[in-house]
Design a protein around this ligand. Structure first.
Ligand SMILES: [Fe+2]
Length: 393
């Protein structure tokens, strides 16, 4: 499923060189206008990678990089003015090829659990360790079960769960080395003990949702409603190793190698989670046309209920007058504010990213009947409706 439409590059972004890894020197740090991390999700065939950036130092961590997505990461690193500090693999992947060896070849450190059998040079992490990304500090949490070396990182109101807790489910536990009871126990003991408002960014999602919260998963996640790990394992009925198809084994072998010979764009190997997410049905989010929206524009902007989720530089270049800019990368940090401004109208460039935002906010219970601007600002401009910004004459 496509989560992003085409994101225009900001005026300051420069072309990347070499392998398009985006590790050139960044621009000078800009003033701190965001007291929270910048979290940029890159979704590719159900696999999520994350750029986790410090808003003051512009250093960033690339979590679970996937082979074939390097140019996407490089474009975002350029666009945000980030400097890539390290990559982090939340576990030894079996469903796709990790790009960590490519970044190692460019001098970018790999962070990974010390329990991994991966042969790559790495900073070995253990539960309780703290990792620094610029001025941001995150705690490493061990969440074994999907694999023995699964970790999550927690801090600043969010947790990147890797393959452990998903939105509406848990990770698969039918690979060699998987342990469904341990997965349930480590998630309930380590992740579900986090504050309810903690944002949950999972390693996979198949339902066009951006994130959840610990509190919402406590309410809605059916996999967590078992009384114990052993009950969950019994209900799951998974047999250890049944998920190890030849393709999975080939991907795993590659991800264990020190210097693998990686293809440019490998096909996906397997889905890592088949659990239903319980997200809103695809057609449950109402669309509003620009022709309808302009009739009530004054009313919408007066209530601060029209949100534009494009990147900050897209908003600066041209936006619908008086609409609010809350980029997708910051949406999770504005939930209380958004909860107070209902019903929401959400827009982006073409209507794709705003639909993701609407679905995410609806499932969280933050938005009630949000409306998605069909065709986005592109359609709005075609109709010659008012736009203001730097690139508007
Ligand atoms: Fe996985």
């Amino acid at each position: 499923m496509v989560r992003e439409d085409v994101i225009p590059r900001p005026p300051w972004a420069l072309p990347s060189s070499g392998l398009m890894l985006g590790i050139r020197q960044p621009p000078e740090p800009r003033p701190n206008t965001m007291p929270h991390p910048i979290v940029k999700t890159v979704a590719s065939s159900g696999c999520n990678s994350y750029l986790l950036g410090c808003p003051t130092t512009r250093r960033c961590l690339l979590v679970d990089p996937k082979v074939g997505q390097e140019s996407v990461y490089a474009g975002l690193i350029d666009s945000y003015g980030f400097e890539l500090l390290a990559t982090l693999d939340t576990h030894t992947h079996a469903d796709h090829l990790s790009a960590s060896s490519r970044y190692l070849g460019e001098g970018v450190e790999l962070w990974m659990s010390g329990d991994t059998e991966c042969q790559r040079s790495k900073r070995a992490l253990a539960g309780g360790d703290h990792v620094q990304v610029g001025e941001l500090e995150f705690e490493v949490l061990e969440v074994p079960g999907h694999t023995p070396d699964s970790i999550a990182i927690f801090g600043h109101g969010l947790v990147l769960t890797g393959d452990s807790l998903f939105i509406g489910g848990l990770a698969r536990a039918d690979f060699r080395g998987s342990d469904p009871a341990l997965l349930f126990d480590s998630v309930t003991e380590r992740l579900m003990a986090l504050p309810d408002q903690t944002l949950v960014f999972p390693g996979h999602n198949y339902d066009d949702l951006l994130f959840s919260t610990i509190g919402r998963e406590r309410q809605l996640n059916e996999s967590l409603k078992h009384e114990s790990g052993s009950q969950y394992a019994k209900a799951l009925g998974a047999t250890e190793g049944q998920g190890n198809t030849p393709a999975v084994d080939a991907a795993l072998a590659c991800n264990l190698e020190r210097d693998p010979d990686l293809p440019e764009s490998p096909p996906n190997v397997a889905a890592c989670c088949a659990s239903p997410t319980g997200g809103p049905a695809a057609d449950s989010i109402a669309e509003v046309s620009p022709e309808e929206a302009i009739e009530v524009l004054e009313e919408l902007v007066a209530s601060s209920s029209w949100v534009d989720v494009r990147e900050p530089w897209e908003f600066q270049q041209g936006h619908i007058p008086l609409t609010r800019s809350i980029p997708l990368s910051e949406l999770g940090f504005a939930l209380e504010d958004l909860r107070a401004t209902q019903p929401l109208t959400i827009s982006c460039r073409s209507g794709v990213r705003s639909m993701t935002a609407a679905r995410t906010l609806e499932r969280l219970g933050v938005a009630h009947g949000p409306k998605n601007l069909s065709g986005g600002i592109l359609r709005w401009q075609e109709l010659d409706y008012p736009v203001e910004g730097e690139h508007v004459s």
